[in-house]
Design a protein around this ligand. Structure first.
Ligand SMILES: NC(=O)c1ccc[n+]([C@@H]2O[C@H](COP(=O)([O-])OP(=O)(O)OC[C@H]3O[C@@H](n4cnc5c(N)ncnc54)[C@H](OP(=O)(O)O)[C@@H]3O)[C@@H](O)[C@H]2O)c1
Length: 285
């Protein structure tokens, strides 16, 4: 049976995305906390774990910190060692000395002793990379996280990070789905394979444009041919690739169950080639 790993740890290929739980973004870009749907979101995370998902993806930024609190509440009482908890440090805490402080604050909100994975959320133009990579290394040395990772890094930025860091960079979390290949190309794949970096594909159902709002004729046709939904096709396409896992956000049991069934979807060779040719390569979100 195929297994999916991040830095030597086995994870379910379909993780639990949490953007939008406990907050959102205002039109001017400001992130805000929203406590109104806490019960439903806590229930969704618990349902996902009950259904076998073990990789939870969150971030210091989400819900202005409230999303980590929701995750903390959802996982309280669960077997910590069964879970793989990842969070991301934002630009505001990306100077070397600030990264471990951010990790400590995330641990407090998540109500756990150690993270499984700490990412830098993006490659900030305004901060030298060696600052936040050293901060991630320090967080490992301080026992705050078991492993470190980057997000939204290009292939060349990933290679620089791998060379700068004292501890292995075990993942690059990037927007990657059927319609947007983003930074993922053969160069990125080669670097990831050589250095043991898992690609964590975010936005796998393109915020519903590859789910119930799918309009791409090719996606709709192939899903019908294969006998699955567009969301299942989109998720299967991602996790069938070597070295790739994904983290859709779903807040109902119906969506969770639909997405999890993607692990059983087989895409025939001809359909695979048609799907591979759909994506647009772009470096930006
Ligand atoms: N590193 C980064 O910069 C970055 C950026 C973006 C996202 N992320 C991470 O990646 C995760 C996933 O990305 P995302 O949340 O942006 O996009 P996504 O997972 O592609 O889409 C989430 C949306 O799709 C809906 N959905 C999920 N499954 C569905 C289904 N089977 N049928 C219909 N609708 C379905 C969800 O609705 P319901 O909630 O109603 O189920 C939600 O509105 C995030 O939650 C976050 O953890 C990271």
């Amino acid at each position: 049976m195929r297994v999916w790993r991040i830095g030597g740890r086995t994870v379910h290929p379909i993780g639990i995305g949490t953007w939008g739980m406990g907050g959102d973004r205002l039109p001017d870009g400001e992130i805000f906390a929203d406590y109104r749907d806490d019960d439903r979101e806590i229930e969704a995370i618990r349902a996902a774990v009950e259904l076998g998902q073990n990789h939870i993806d969150t971030a210091q930024l989400y819900g202005a910190g409230h999303t980590e609190e929701i995750v903390g509440e959802a996982i309280s009482g669960l077997d910590r060692e069964e879970l793989f908890i990842a969070t991301k440090v934002w630009r505001s805490h990306s100077l070397r000395h600030a990264v471990p402080h951010a990790a400590e604050e995330s641990l407090r909100k998540l109500r756990i002793d150690v993270l499984d994975l700490l990412y830098v959320h993006a490659p900030w133009d305004s901060i030298p990379m060696d600052e936040y990579i050293a901060g991630l290394d320090d967080a490992v040395d301080a026992g705050l996280t078991r492993a470190i990772a980057v997000s939204n890094f290009s292939a060349d930025q990933l290679l620089t990070a791998v060379r700068l860091s004292r501890h292995p960079i075990v993942a690059n979390q990037v927007r990657y789905n059927l319609l947007h290949h983003g930074q993922v190309d053969s160069h990125m794949r080669d670097i990831c394979a050589e250095h043991g970096v898992t690609i964590v594909a975010y936005r796998p159902v393109e915020r519903r444009l590859l789910a119930d709002q799918a309009t791409s004729p090719a996606v709709l046709d192939i899903a019908a041919e294969v006998g699955c939904t567009p969301a299942q096709l989109a998720i299967a396409w991602v996790i069938n690739q070597p070295g790739v896992v994904t983290i859709p956000k779903a807040s109902s049991r119906e969506h969770l169950e639909e997405n999890l069934a993607a692990t059983r979807v087989q895409i025939p060779g001809g359909a695979q080639a048609r799907l591979d040719s759909l994506g647009r390569k772009d470096g930006t979100e």
